[in-house]
Design a protein around this ligand. Structure first.
Ligand SMILES: *Cc1c(COP(=O)(O)O)cnc(C)c1O
Length: 361
């Protein structure tokens, strides 16, 4: 069973240790963590490792993933990171807190909360420059006023998300802006905002270089926990494991071939016209792994193997040595895109590694 390929090997103990390290670090300045599970499709064992490592919430962008974790018996406050309007009823049913930026969505959530005899908790997202989700700062006071008039909605916090679409870095300036907003909204509406959620794995540098985190008391972390890096420069965070996920694929051909295709060049499988460099005869290795299994550009291969190209079901590598044979296993580590696509593919089997060897899902 352990030799199924392609497979992704997942070290739960490394994920738990990363979470413990980050929880401890953020807690020193009073910042709690939401563990973000969307890149691993809400895999329950990974959520459990995050919870054992100290996160106070589990956050995911998809209701399906949250249901998967709840069905596996996980009980901790669940946060929905993205709010599709049409799923308001099931969001109220299954999610404790959702992030919001549209009054129409909040009305729907309030309507269904009333029908289910509940109060739905929300975090309002503020637009601080990255231009993905967020209420414009000039509209925020009016937005709060409207939201507070909804009978079955409770505002429990405010948040922002940077470095996702626009690549805008979290820094002292935009984080202070968020804190000032909190002060002024609390003052205007005579309320306490419990959760001030300042960002994601991109907030690491800001957090480390500022003694004072002002009002920020929560951060939502996915990539740092899973891959051990921050996301502004993709630098490893010292003390964290970076190899919790390993993709293993099978070599199905290994031959010396010319590096230049012969014949007239038209479009490849994906409609691109490829170009080639003549490097003479080279050892070429083909993996039974392709675009339907992973995002090949998100993989980093061991053994100095050089990525040449891929199609739906094959990855072609240039090998500096000729000792790789059909039937061998090739390992790759993953970046965020590689992890997301691999975990999403139904063709890649997931294995958890622990001290006793491998256990399949
Ligand atoms: C995905 C996501 C996160 C987590 O981002 P990482 O870079 O993986 O830490 C946090 N907040 C929101 C709103 C997200 O969509």
């Amino acid at each position: 069973m352990n030799s199924f390929m392609p497979r992704i090997e997942i070290s739960l103990s490394q994920i738990q240790k990363n979470t413990e390290f980050l929880s401890g670090m953020y807690m020193e300045k009073g910042v709690s963590l939401m563990g973000v599970t969307k890149a691993v499709l809400g895999e329950p064992s990974i959520a459990k490792a995050m919870i054992q490592g100290g996160v106070k919430f589990i956050a995911d962008s998809r209701i399906e993933n949250i249901l998967r974790m709840k069905n596996a018996g996980i009980s901790i406050p669940f946060v929905l990171l993205r709010t599709p309007l049409s799923q308001a009823e099931s969001i109220v049913e299954s999610v404790d807190i959702s992030l919001n930026t549209e009054i129409e969505t909040l009305k729907k959530l309030s309507y269904h909360a009333k029908a289910q005899n509940k109060t739905h908790q929300v975090i309002i997202m503020a637009e601080l420059g990255d231009l993905r989700e967020g209420v414009l700062l000039s509209d925020l006071s009016e937005f709060f006023r409207k939201t507070l008039s909804l009978t079955h909605i409770k505002i429990v916090g405010i948040g922002c998300n940077l470095a996702c679409y626009g690549g805008v870095k979290p820094d002292e300036k935009n984080m202070q802006k968020l804190s000032k907003l909190v002060d002024s909204l609390e003052n205007e509406f005579q309320m306490d905002l419990k959760i001030i959620s300042g960002g994601n794995s991109a907030n690491h540098e800001w957090f480390n270089s500022n003694k004072n985190v002002d009002r920020v008391n929560n951060i939502r972390l996915g990539e740092s926990i899973l891959l051990g890096c921050e996301t502004v420069n993709r630098k490893t965070i010292p003390g964290l494991h970076t190899g919790a996920f390993q993709l293993v694929a099978e070599v199905i051909e290994s031959k010396k071939k010319p590096s230049l295709p012969s014949g007239e060049i038209g479009q490849d499988a994906f409609g691109n016209i490829p170009s080639f460099q003549d490097n003479g005869i080279r050892q070429r290795v083909i993996l039974a792994l392709g675009n339907q299994d992973t995002m090949p550009s998100g993989l980093k291969f061991s053994d100095k193997l050089n990525f040449l190209g891929s199609s739906s079901d094959h990855i072609i590598l240039d090998s500096p040595h000729d000792n790789i044979q059909a039937g061998d296993e090739i390992r790759a580590s993953l970046n965020y895109g590689g992890l997301l696509s691999t975990m999403t593919s139904p063709f890649v089997r997931k294995y958890f590694t622990n001290c006793n060897g491998h256990t399949a899902i």
